[in-house]
Write a protein that binds this ligand. Structure first.
Ligand SMILES: [Zn+2]
Length: 205
């Protein structure tokens, strides 16, 4: 993989950190670019940085359960009930996952293929949807805005976007749908005990 690139807005060197990355923020000018696997295209969006308390940070390494991870990026979502954060993780250099942090509670989710998304309009709490071969009971429906971002992400849902979301459960699995401007994404995973998320000491602090 030719991972050495330059920010299309300011020209700063920019290295793509894993093969699942679809969007990057420039650490120098905060502009957001889309990555198609070959080149970077500027979006005209910029990503602001919000300082929210978390044990995680950009480029942190650690373990979640038995998986060694490195943080590649962070998205901060704001909704009427507050904020939550989604950390894009490289898992062992081979896989990717999202660690969702919401008021100190963690869930580890992976993106799943979605043949056809159900239309958001009309989905209500209590509905049962069939997603990724699962019966999913809807327990939250809402709208949010990505108010802050840093690093790199395996998603085409970008900083500044307003999204609609559906959260549900299937057995002991958590299932989420995110409706963005460019795509609808499906995530499936499980809650993670806070004690199972360990972050290595920051070598620069
Ligand atoms: Zn830049």
């Amino acid at each position: 993989m030719d991972d050495q690139h330059h920010c299309p807005t300011c020209g700063a060197p920019l290295r793509i950190k894993n093969r699942f990355v679809k969007a990057v923020t420039c650490e120098f000018c905060q502009n957001v670019a889309l990555y198609d696997g070959v080149r970077l295209d500027p979006t005209g969006r910029t990503a602001s940085l919000a300082q929210l308390k978390s044990p995680l940070y950009l480029d942190a390494t650690g373990r979640v359960g038995t998986h060694a991870f490195r943080v590649l990026g962070r998205l901060v979502y704001e909704y009427e009930g507050g904020t939550w954060q989604e950390w894009f993780l490289d898992i062992g250099g081979e896989k990717r996952a999202w660690l969702i942090e919401d008021e100190g509670a963690f869930s580890l989710l992976q993106k799943r293929p979605l043949a056809q998304a159900p239309p958001f309009a009309g989905i209500q709490v209590g509905d049962v949807l069939t997603l990724a071969d699962r019966e999913v009971r809807v327990d939250e429906v809402g709208e949010a805005t990505i108010v802050s971002a840093e690093g790199q992400f395996g998603t085409l849902i970008l900083p500044g976007e307003a999204i609609a979301y559906v959260d549900g459960a299937s057995g002991d699995e958590e299932v989420g749908l995110e409706y963005g401007e460019r795509e609808v994404e499906l995530f499936v995973g499980r809650p993670v005990d806070r004690a199972d998320v360990t972050v290595d000491p920051d070598p620069f602090s």
